[in-house]
Design a protein around this ligand. Structure first.
Ligand code: MRU
Length: 358
């Protein structure tokens, strides 16, 4: 997608220079900066610190991390160690484990002298596939928005989204936002309600993206969605996901469950847009089996932004003496989900496993 008129992917890798370049999301929305990683630990830290974030992008970043590690040492021991380091960065998004399994198994088919080149090629394939998958998710989302638009008689379709499941959470296009971009490009009138998404405020990234693309939107406090739904001001909710079970339970950014409850109570359709690497068929009981990342309480204690002179700054809003807890994700049960939009089409939660077998 474009930033100031220039096309960017959220991450790119260059085997010739041994460099991986990524958008540093900790500096958005106030500053657009691209960072360069030259070794695996730098990429592991980028994932941990959420300079790259979003389930699909985390997976692709880890794949490039393996390519960088094998460039230094292509032994089995080095591969295992790099895989463990990257896997330990964040627990909830299954794309991380998925991408690591794929690239490690692929690289191990080659003799040590060829492993780094093989890994770079595979990381690039994973990145390119992510772009194609997300574009297809958007194609399947478009008719849903088109249908809602027909009932609106020229008024915009109001779509609520939570967190950031846009192009910077992926390599390009995004998952939940892909269809919104494609609807906007097809001249369908839409307006997006953007949850701010406390405490890391990924909603501000969504607002930044939508502004770059010229999509009308309004940022709302996290807890405003239910009120808007009660007043008929939301036509559809669409979110991304970090892990979806074969039964259609959706694990996504904390607060998603509350939006789904409000949507259900107000008969607002609730969709999750999900690339197939985000679907984890090994999970039976989502509530018990998916590890929910517990992030630092500092994310609740401090707020980052610009001071009155426009300089980046951080202020403390919660004293150290107040205990705080910071679970990063929650699970929305399948019964609250209208449909799961994948690159293969849309399925009701109970039909998801069948759709994937197509
Ligand atoms: O903690 P984050 O910012 O990595 O969480 C991201 C989300 O929860 C996204 O909604 C999800 O990964 C889907 S990204 C296409």
């Amino acid at each position: 997608m474009k930033v100031n008129g220039q096309h960017h992917r959220a991450i790119t890798g260059d085997p010739a220079t041994g460099e991986v370049r990524y958008i540093d999301q900790t500096r958005l929305p106030h500053e657009f900066a691209i960072k360069t990683a030259r070794n695996m630990p730098e990429l592991a830290e980028a994932i941990r610190a959420m300079a790259v974030r979003g389930a699909p992008l985390i997976g692709v970043t880890a794949a490039f991390g393996i390519a960088l590690a094998l460039g230094e040492d292509a032994s089995d021991a080095a591969l295992d160690s790099a895989r463990s380091t990257l896997l330990a960065t964040r627990p909830t998004a299954v794309n991380l484990a998925w991408a690591l399994k794929r690239i490690c198994e692929y690289s191990q088919r080659f003799p040590e002298a060829e492993r780094a080149a093989a890994a770079w090629a595979e990381a690039q394939r994973i990145a390119d596939e992510d772009v194609a998958i997300n574009h297809a998710i958007g194609r399947h989302t478009l008719p849903l928005i088109q249908e809602l638009a027909e009932g609106k008689h020229g008024a915009p379709v109001n779509i609520l989204t939570h967190c950031n499941a846009g192009w910077i959470a992926t390599v390009d296009w995004g998952t939940a936002l892909s269809g919104l971009y494609q609807a906007h490009d097809a001249n369908i009138r839409i307006h997006v309600w953007v949850d701010e998404t406390r405490p890391r405020k990924q909603g501000l990234l969504t607002a930044w993206e939508l502004r770059q693309h010229g999509v009308p939107h309004t940022v709302i406090a996290d807890n405003a969605g239910g009120h808007l739904m009660q007043h008929g001001r939301v036509d559809m909710v669409i979110v991304g996901a970090d892990r979806v079970t074969g039964q259609g339970d959706v694990c996504n950014k904390i607060g998603t469950y509350l939006k789904a409850l409000a949507a259900y109570d107000n008969r607002v359709p609730f969709y999750a847009a999900v690339p197939s690497p985000t679907i984890d068929l090994s999970i039976g009981d989502a509530l018990r089996e998916i590890e929910i990342e517990e992030r630092s309480a500092d994310e609740l204690r401090h707020v980052r932004g610009l001071d009155s002179s426009g300089r980046p700054t951080s202020i403390q809003i919660l004293p150290d003496v107040s205990p705080a807890a910071n679970p990063g994700f929650d699970v929305t049960p399948a019964r609250l989900v209208t449909g799961i939009i994948t690159e293969k089409g849309i399925a009701a939660p109970r039909e998801l496993a069948r759709l994937l077998q197509v």
